[in-house]
Write a protein that binds this ligand. Structure first.
Ligand SMILES: NC(=O)c1ccc[n+]([C@@H]2O[C@H](COP(=O)([O-])OP(=O)(O)OC[C@H]3O[C@@H](n4cnc5c(N)ncnc54)[C@H](OP(=O)(O)O)[C@@H]3O)[C@@H](O)[C@H]2O)c1
Length: 278
């Protein structure tokens, strides 16, 4: 028998909040007291209609929706970062004493949450990535110092419904974001570029896309299924003096390690600028 989650509210259940909400529903984990979701527009709210155990509220129809939903034990804040302080001010008087507030808003610090919530409110900050929509997220989770191991475990279970979870210190959330948060974009870029190489070799776009996309999907499925180290799997397709060896040697001339270090450093520098309001 799976242990139930306590009541959960998603304030701002758009692309990311909605993905996590759907993950919880799809997991079949019972949620005592149910799930409540709020969005501004009726159109957005309607996207969640019909999900088992979910009450979806449109604030344009029910203006007190956030206040009502904030009585859940776990309150996930899924609005855009700039909207977070106003939302916290709105819900602060309605939170229960043992509320666990979980942020998915990029760049908003635990200190900002604490400044807008009643003293003692438990707060965690998370950084999921877009594969959450297909249940394959990597989510970084950082808890404020007063969050208990039991509370952390509850929030971990929530995010594990959409993929893997890594618990880190808050100072590591931005670095993590440069790897797994932005990472899907790096992978898509590599796929785009390999597709172009195929088109350059005379393949039609549909063939080129199939080759590049299915090679990434197939190789990562092999990585996962085999449990092997990627370097070992690479060695297995790289025979000495063979064709792959030549190609890999050219790729390595580009010093990919240094390139990824520079790219992720640039993302980190931008996260710091955004935090400073630049
Ligand atoms: N997408 C990502 O890859 C990603 C990754 C990590 C973190 N995040 C974070 O996730 C958060 C949401 O991003 P998103 O991409 O999911 O954006 P999104 O699709 O626009 O979702 C935000 C939702 O909040 C609703 N909303 C706006 N004001 C509200 C209010 N006062 N109360 C309740 N709901 C309200 C919006 O409803 P309406 O549409 O009806 O106005 C919308 O559905 C951001 O803080 C972002 O930093 C996103």
């Amino acid at each position: 028998m799976v242990e139930a989650l306590p009541s959960v509210a998603f304030l701002g259940a758009g692309a990311m909040g909605g993905a996590i909400l759907r993950g919880v529903v799809a997991s079949g984990i019972p949620v005592d007291g149910g799930i409540t979701a709020t969005n501004r527009t009726a159109a957005r709210a309607a996207e969640l209609d019909g999900l088992a155990g979910v009450r979806s509220i449109a604030l344009e129809q029910e203006t007190s929706g956030n206040a009502v939903a904030a009585s859940a034990r776990i309150v996930v804040v899924g609005v855009k970062p700039a909207m977070v302080p106003d939302l916290l001010d709105e819900i602060a008087p309605h939170l229960r004493e043992d509320a666990i507030v979980v942020s998915i808003a990029a760049g908003v610090t635990l200190a900002t949450f604490a400044a807008h919530l009643p003293a003692g409110t438990r707060v965690l900050r998370s950084m999921p990535n877009t594969p959450a929509t297909v249940g394959r997220a990597v989510t970084g989770l950082a808890a404020a110092a007063d969050v208990t191991p039991e509370e952390r475990a509850l929030v971990r279970r929530l995010f594990e419904t959409v993929g893997s979870v890594i618990e880190v210190e808050e100072s590591q959330i931005d670095p993590l974001s440069t790897i797994s948060g932005s990472g899907p974009a790096y992978v898509f870029l590599l796929i785009e570029e390999l597709t172009k190489a195929a088109i350059g070799k005379g393949f039609a776009e549909s063939e080129a896309r199939l080759m590049a996309e299915q090679t990434f999907i197939g190789a990562t499925a092999l990585l996962e299924a085999s449990g092997e180290d990627p370097a070992e799997l690479r060695r297995r397709v790289t025979s000495p003096k063979g064709t792959t060896e030549r190609a890999v040697a050219v790729l390595q001339e580009a010093d990919l390690a240094a390139l990824f270090a520079r790219a992720t450093d640039a993302a980190l520098a931008r996260a710091r600028e955004l935090a400073a309001g630049v």
